[in-house]
Ligand binder design. Structure first.
Ligand SMILES: *Cc1c(COP(=O)(O)O)cnc(C)c1O
Length: 229
């Protein structure tokens, strides 16, 4: 079942890429395994899936400790500064950085472990009050402040679009973030790589791909509905 779902999602990624003349190898699929058991992750890992997304620090730590072989873990949920230390060195990308305070803590903890931590800046493109993330106009200033940090590497931008029935409603937000991504990339800022544009979830990843996403984060379409109990 899980591997069939993975195949279906990959087929849809390929179809979306064909529609807009992109190469499917430009789009990384992050399977969002939050609340799902390690056995599910192991099944997908055996099927060749390498990138997994998690929202909760404790859940990442539990899974990292018990997984049979290394995978690329992505922290995609809101991260409190006092929990940065616990995941440092365990995740390949922190996608949810939305404040200088958090970036400073990441710098400090990465320096202690003598590593460079890759991050994405989370942008709340639609300006939803209930969501974390920077407003688009705050992004350039924060990049300027983070880019000199020797143990933090900005790798791109991330957004979670609103939950909508019709994914077409999110196209404008994806387009807006892509525009910002290109503007920043053209500035060629030292110590900043704009090569990851993480946008699109189960309901809207095909539209996100058409609008330039290089990374999508898909949970429900692969693992089925979540039960938060
Ligand atoms: C849960 C979550 C996802 C996956 O959502 P689905 O709709 O299940 O695909 C993606 N990104 C973030 C930030 C999430 O919290």
């Amino acid at each position: 079942m899980l591997t069939d779902n993975l195949r279906t999602v990959k087929d849809k990624i390929e179809a979306a890429c064909r529609r807009c003349g992109r190469d499917p190898s430009e789009v990384t699929l992050v399977a969002v395994s939050k609340t799902k058991p390690l056995e599910d992750v192991e099944i997908l890992l055996a099927a060749g899936q390498m990138d997994f997304g998690e929202n909760y620090v404790q859940e990442i730590i539990d899974k990292v400790e018990h997984i049979s072989r290394p995978v690329n873990w992505h922290m995609i949920g809101h991260l409190q500064t006092n929990k940065v230390r616990q995941i440092m060195g365990k995740v390949s990308l922190i996608q949810s950085v939305d404040s200088l305070h958090l970036a400073e803590r990441i710098e400090k903890e990465a320096a202690k472990k003598d590593l460079v931590c890759r991050i994405l800046l989370q942008v709340n493109v639609a300006g939803e009050e209930t969501k974390f993330g920077l407003s688009p106009r705050e992004v350039p200033d924060l990049i300027e402040k983070i880019s000199p940090m020797p143990h933090v590497r900005i790798a791109g931008l991330m957004t979670s679009a609103p939950f909508v029935e019709n994914p077409e409603e999110n196209r404008c937000y994806f387009r807006k973030l892509h525009d910002l991504f290109i503007d920043i990339r053209e500035k060629n800022i030292d110590n900043v790589d704009m090569d990851i544009l993480s946008m699109g979830m189960t309901n809207d990843y095909e539209v996100a791909i058409e609008e330039g996403a290089t990374m999508i984060r898909v949970g429900t379409a692969i693992f089925g509905a979540r039960n938060y109990g």
